[in-house]
Design a protein around this ligand. Structure first.
Ligand code: AMP
Ligand code: GLY
Length: 423
């Protein structure tokens, strides 16, 4: 089967790495891809939101399956675009249709879904420019810290957590009245702060049944000890040691099953990965957010722990036959540490040569913001390369990731040295 992966990050390199191993994959394309996917697949310089160009590629190359990495094309309706096109409707698209992608595209939509289906989540209210004063009053009724979320997609920056009431009111006004996050903050969800430890749960859905993948925990802040600005993710660990069988059972019963049932009841067609951001408060799981795709860098630890061939699993998802699939997981722990450009997540330089890749032993370097230029591999983004390792314990795996990062060089390389510190 000829397969196309959309995206260009570490997540997409991990998908390409896994899918390329399948005997069922005859040819693999990645659009636009990076220097990592270039080694195992054919990169095509097409933007993930250029549906016409994607259509032309799919037809020209006889592509039978499209795996959508990032959320943008899903929220923009790529799956619907395929279904509504005579020449494309038989192509399997892994990723939900537009209506279901709103679970990530709109925080308010997600909160309404959670409430409607009695799935545990923080209490909330939402506001727009017509009721900013009510928003201020709602903030006054809450205890700090205050959690404000821009309703729409804001490149991972739309959540602001503030200790001070006056600052929170000002922030709300700026989001709603001064378009702080553009259109994304034309509505704002204000919610109760939940105090606990976070983890992510990944679920495969064929629209009827589900399979739960290994849990993972990512490290979002730039600084050690979870300090400083939010990033796309600086590292990840799987499995999550505090996710005991009892806790996982609660997640399945209280969150996963009602989510899949809710999608069916609400007619939200969902073939794809459901990423459920959870927080453990006491011994109970609460949903912080849904994403309609895999996480990055969580994918770089979750996919390496799937022993089964992924391609028949993806086909079963597309054909509504997920319940017939058996998934086998690797018992070992997997960890990844993201190396980033100095300055990230604020301004940083690009085009720095990456060397030392040939010396890496016993880890899998998943390229993220890295590309080929004149026979060299150079940095092209903030998050540059995720170093993934296995171990009998996560401590052993993380040690291997750090040993191999020592062998990797580029100007102003930065990474967190404490991934897993809180486990
Ligand atoms: P999100 O962009 O929705 O993933 O939110 C970013 C981060 O904000 C999350 O990873 C949490 O650390 C934090 N967060 C979001 N909602 C809450 C909440 N209700 N209580 C505490 N922390 C939250
Ligand atoms: N690592 C978090 C995300 O992919 O959204």
């Amino acid at each position: 089967m000829t397969i196309l992966i959309l995206g260009s990050g570490g997540r997409e390199h991990a998908f390409a790495w896994k899918i390329a191993q399948s005997p069922l994959t005859s040819k693999l394309f990645v659009a636009p891809g990076n220097s990592g996917t270039n080694e195992i697949a054919e990169n095509v310089a097409i933007n993930v939101n250029d549906f016409e160009a994607i259509k032309a590629l799919v037809i020209k190359e006889g592509i039978k399956m499209v795996v959508v990495g990032p959320e943008d094309p899903l929220v923009n309706g790529i799956h619907d675009y395929f279904l509504n096109d005579e020449q494309l409707k038989h192509v399997a698209v892994i990723g939900p249709q537009k209506a279901a992608a709103e679970l990530e595209g709109s925080k308010e939509f997600a909160k309404e879904f959670l409430m409607r289906h009695n799935i545990p989540t923080a209490a909330y209210q939402s506001f727009d420019h017509t009721n900013v004063e009510d928003g201020h009053k709602f903030l006054e009724s809450l205890n700090p810290p205050y959690v404000l979320k821009a309703d729409g997609l804001a490149a991972g920056k739309g959540v602001v957590i503030l200790e001070n009431l006056e600052e929170a009111k000002l922030e709300l006004s700026e989001m709603l009245l001064d378009s702080k996050f553009g259109d994304a903050s034309s509505k704002v969800v204000i919610e109760e702060f939940l105090d606990g430890i976070e983890l992510s749960c990944f679920v495969l859905s064929d629209g009827k049944s589900y399979k739960i993948l290994p849990t993972a925990k990512d490290y979002k802040r730039i600084g050690e000890g979870d300090t400083g600005l939010n990033t796309g993710g600086m590292g990840a660990v799987s499995p999550v040691p505090f996710a005991t069988p009892e806790f996982l059972e609660k997640i399945e019963q209280r969150v996963v099953i009602p989510t899949i049932e809710g999608l069916k009841k609400d007619n939200l067609p969902y073939v794809g990965f459901v990423f459920i951001g959870l927080i453990k408060v006491g011994d109970d799981p609460f949903v912080i957010e849904y994403n309609v795709r895999m996480g990055d860098p969580e994918t770089e630890v979750v996919l390496p722990r799937i022993k089964s061939d992924l391609v028949p699993v993806l086909s079963a998802m597309a054909n509504g036959q997920l319940d017939a699939v058996e998934l086998e997981f690797d018992e070992r722990a997997a960890t990844t540490v993201m190396t980033v450009s100095g300055g990230y997540p604020e301004a940083y330089e690009k085009g720095k040569e990456i060397t030392g890749l040939e010396n890496i032993e016993g880890s899998i370097p998943f390229h993220a913001g890295a590309k080929n230029v004149d026979g060299k591999i150079v940095t092209s983004g903030g998050r540059v390369l995720a170093m993934t390792s296995y171990g009998e314990t996560y401590q052993e795996a993380i040690k291997k990731s750090y040993q191999n990062i020592e062998k990797l060089h580029f100007d102003k390389i930065n990474y967190r040295k404490d991934i897993g510190f809180d486990l």
